[in-house]
Design a protein around this ligand. Structure first.
Ligand SMILES: Nc1nc2c(c(=O)[nH]1)N[C@H]1C(S)=C(S)[C@@H](COP(=O)(O)OP(=O)(O)OC[C@H]3O[C@@H](n4cnc5c(=O)[nH]c(N)nc54)[C@H](O)[C@@H]3O)O[C@H]1N2
Ligand SMILES: Nc1nc2c(c(=O)[nH]1)N[C@H]1C(S)=C(S)[C@@H](COP(=O)(O)OP(=O)(O)OC[C@H]3O[C@@H](n4cnc5c(=O)[nH]c(N)nc54)[C@H](O)[C@@H]3O)O[C@H]1N2
Ligand SMILES: [Mo]
Length: 744
């Protein structure tokens, strides 16, 4: 759901070959649930593939239709759901566990109402505390299957997951029942209506999904989360995988990146340790993006209540679900809330284009206004929509001129880290000391000028205690490569033929000096292979991922249950539930604007031949696809009297207008329009730029196509700019929303 393998999205390369082979032999089938039919190596014409055109922003409903069918048929794995802890699940042959059997206090008068029941609430004695534990371990309460009595979750091997009753005089229900209630909230016919799919499809997938033991997997891409009700949608995949126990199982869902230590404290160098770091901590800090805290936990709230306000409302929402949020940081900066950003330093980002709903005049005016943002420094290789608003642009290197170490995306079950290294000398300005302008050189020089520890001579400490300088990118990244080369078993030294073939003996002397003579041939080995990848055979053990670690699937999220929307007092759902898109106070958008007037939803996707903003200036990529289209379903287009190639106008309730060329096609779900992202630039080479007195003429071809404009949230006070976003996580609602379409 929300990921089209091989079209856009998370790299499919690592598994494409194996997957396509197995589709051919019938060993594997894939259902792709997506409003847009992509153009990848996975297509409905390929064997074993089914495209399910779903209405945007209804993923949770589709998943719950499947859950309901599985519950009705009782085809879930009851043994797995009964496991109240990781040890019991592991002993039962699984590699994850759920809190299905953990009890929730549902007694409204209890002080711990909405919380998971703890041992103390049940009058049970906790095991003695582990003297080594830094934070207290929570002990939850379950009803043990063998005794029928309350027990601590770590002390039961199997527990009831459909329990409702009283424990110690307190009304409780097991977590699983919250999912069950939500699944039975609608009939399959209703789910088919909401999602624009069919009962037969949900029933077929429900049957298929449970008929392979733990060898099936539900996966979500960003298309599952980038709607204003996305947080509930992303709960769909753990909920489904939890019904069959497939997380971290061979052939099941291996869902996170597995790599080795590189740019952190590794086996050779302590790259995360800052020598001489003062005793400061960001632990209780208030992030400018308003995350990690509820409004009721802020100093502002406390001060306003102390000053006599009864029920203060924040200027912008607070979000304790995400850890940080770049798009919300931008929203905070332009609204100067919770505090002003005095200096904005941005690197390699096009925030106003990438934060859906933010590429608008009101935001641009704020960013230009020095009373709002007194100083803005952008470090970028290009003059994009965001960078062109900065007071200073620090030139940076491109991917061919810089280092990068990445842990492989989690679609692949193996372990590995890719390494990118400079393939050419940077084309940026050469500095007086021989370095080239880059983000790393900028950071080092600013840090030195401000006496920030951790940079300059003797900044980096090796595992053996030797100190090394940090003055340029190579000082840091080659040590990260050394950490990778020596992880577990050190790799072999590089072979002479690789040195010759790749001219590794011509690399700059400074690179060799960045590591020890013992490390250098092993570092070269990793560079020559573009990374380090552990043998795929070692990635699985006894039917599980060899890297399996304690993994909990929550059917009831206490954290969410305890949240309370400061505008309306509404609590978010603690379990997977279909909630139509809403505004920040949780009013459904369809209650504010009429669905008759705004009958369409957007589906924004990443196009095959363009990256987020990077390929607009490549003539080759422009030749492949010079612009994007407003893509409409055949039936919708016929009703609107729109033909392929017509100019159409799309509007949203905020008054934004998009005009583009219609592409009428069968591969779009009804009442949805598709738009490829990354088009409709106005900078980034589209504009004229004067550089050192020389005019570089803009190329209008770079500006071709349409940028999707999402609406603003109307529920905040006048003058506040808040693009429509998920109420729990603040992720932009780039897909979904409300639009009207007409022939221009
Ligand atoms: N060619 C290309 N590849 C890229 C990128 C790129 O720009 N271009 N960007 C890279 C980056 S940064 C990332 S994060 C990944 C993202 O990878 P993905 O998350 O896989 O990609 P997206 O295109 O954002 O969304 C995936 C799909 O979700 C669908 N979708 C939208 N709304 C909904 C919905 O409500 N329900 C469902 N079921 N589907 C929906 C879209 O049609 C799209 O096909 O891609 C990476 N790969
Ligand atoms: N509407 C809509 N919005 C989206 C998405 C969507 O699908 N639809 N996708 C979202 C996703 S998943 C992501 S990850 C974000 C990405 O958002 P961003 O990270 O902001 O976008 P990018 O295009 O990846 O890169 C940002 C800028 O980095 C600069 N750049 C490129 N290479 C280099 C370099 O080597 N060095 C330096 N210093 N600068 C460089 C370029 O100026 C480029 O414009 O966008 C998000 N926003
Ligand atoms: Mo991304």
């Amino acid at each position: 759901m929300g990921a089209f393998p091989g079209s856009n999205g998370k790299s499919f390369q690592g598994i494409a070959k194996r997957t396509l082979d197995r589709l051919q032999t019938g060993e594997c089938t894939i259902d792709v649930v997506d409003p847009v039919l992509g153009n990848g190596c996975v297509t409905p014409t390929a064997k074993g593939i089914t495209w399910v055109p779903i209405k945007t922003a209804t993923n949770a409903a589709f998943a719950l239709g499947i859950v309901r069918k599985i519950l009705e048929d009782k085809t879930y794995n009851a043994t797995f759901l009964s496991c109240p802890n990781y040890q019991s699940a592991f002993a039962g042959g699984f590699a994850s566990y759920t809190n299905a059997s953990h009890l929730v206090i549902v007694d409204e008068n209890h002080p711990n109402y909405r919380k998971l029941m703890r041992a103390a609430d049940a009058g049970l004695e906790e095991p003695p505390a582990d003297p080594k534990a830094t934070t207290p371990v929570p002990y939850y309460v379950v009803i043990d299957q063998a005794t029928g009595q309350p027990a601590i979750h770590t002390q039961s091997d199997a527990a009831q997951f459909e329990y409702e009753g009283e424990v110690n005089g307190v009304k409780v229900r097991s977590s699983f029942l919250f999912l069950k209630d939500n699944a039975f909230e609608h009939t399959l016919d209703e789910y088919a209506e909401i999602t624009g799919t069919s009962v037969a499809t949900m029933e077929r997938i429900a049957k298929e999904f449970v008929s392979h033991g733990t060898k099936a997997s539900a996966r979500l891409g960003f298309g599952g989360s980038a709607t204003a009700n996305g947080t509930t949608g992303v709960l769909a995949y753990p909920a489904l995988n939890g019904l069959i126990g497939s997380a971290q199982m061979t052939g099941g869902c291996n869902c996170y990146r597995i790599g080795s230590k590189t740019t952190t404290d590794g086996d050779r160098y302590k790259l995360a340790t800052v020598k001489g770091k003062p005793a400061v901590s960001a632990k209780n800090a208030t992030y400018i993006c308003r995350t990690q805290k509820l409004f009721s936990q802020t100093d502002e709230y406390k001060a306003r209540v102390a000053a006599g306000e009864k029920d203060p409302k924040p200027k912008l929402p607070w979000l304790n679900v995400p850890s940080t949020s770049d798009n919300q940081a931008l929203v905070s900066i332009v609204n100067e809330y919770p505090y002003q950003a005095k200096i904005l330093v941005s690197w390699m980002t096009n925030t106003i284009q990438a934060s859906s709903g933010a590429l608008r005049d009101s935001v641009i005016e704020k960013l230009k206004d020095t009373s709002v943002v007194p100083l803005h420094i952008a470090c970028d290789a290009f003059i994009g929509e965001h960078a062109q608003l900065a007071d200073y642009i620090v030139p940076d290197t491109t991917p061919f001129e810089s280092f990068g170490l990445v842990t492989q995306e989690g679609y692949w079950r193996g372990k590995g880290n890719t390494v990118r290294w400079q393939a050419k000398q940077p084309s940026t300005i050469e500095l007086s000391d021989g370095r080239f302008a880059s983000f790393e050189a900028f950071c080092v020089d600013v840090a030195k000028a401000c006496d920030v520890p951790g940079f300059g001579d003797n900044a980096i400490e090796a595992a053996d205690g030797t100190s090394y300088p940090l003055n340029d990118a190579a000082d840091f990244f080659l040590k990260a490569v050394a950490n990778l080369a020596f992880a577990e078993e050190p790799v072999a030294d590089v072979r002479d033929e690789d040195v010759k073939l790749q001219a590794l003996d011509e690399l700059p002397a400074a690179w060799k000096e960045a590591v020890t003579p013992e490390e250098w041939p092993k570092v070269l080995n990793v560079l020559s292979r573009g990374g380090r990848f552990w043998p795929i055979e070692t990635s699985q053990k006894n039917g599980r991922s060899a890297y399996a670690k304690e993994y909990l699937i929550q059917y009831y999220s206490e954290k969410k249950a305890l949240n309370k929307n400061p505008y309306s007092g509404v609590h978010p759902d603690a379990a997977l539930r279909y909630v139509p898109e809403d505004f920040c106070d949780r009013t459904p958008i369809a209650e504010v604007y009429s669905e008759q007037e705004w009958p369409f939803r957007s589906t924004n996707y990443k196009p095959r031949f363009r990256s987020i903003s990077m390929q607009a200036n490549s003539p080759i990529m422009r030749d492949l696809c010079e612009k994007n289209y407003l893509e409409l379903n055949l039936d919708d287009a016929a009703e609107l009297g729109i033909k392929d190639g017509d100019t159409v106008r799309i509007t949203n309730p905020t008054g934004d207008v998009m005009t583009g060329e219609a592409m009428v096609r069968a591969g779009i779900a009804r009442s949805t329009f598709g738009v490829a992202y990354g088009y409709g630039h106005h900078a980034y080479g589209a504009q004229d730029a004067e550089i050192d007195g020389t005019l570089a003429k803009g190329d209008p071809a770079i500006a071709a196509g349409v940028h999707l404009q999402t609406m603003l949230d109307p529920m905040l006070e006048d003058g506040v700019i808040y693009p429509h976003a998920d109420s729990d996580a603040g992720s932009p609602g780039r897909s979904g929303g409300m639009y009207n379409i007409e022939k221009a």
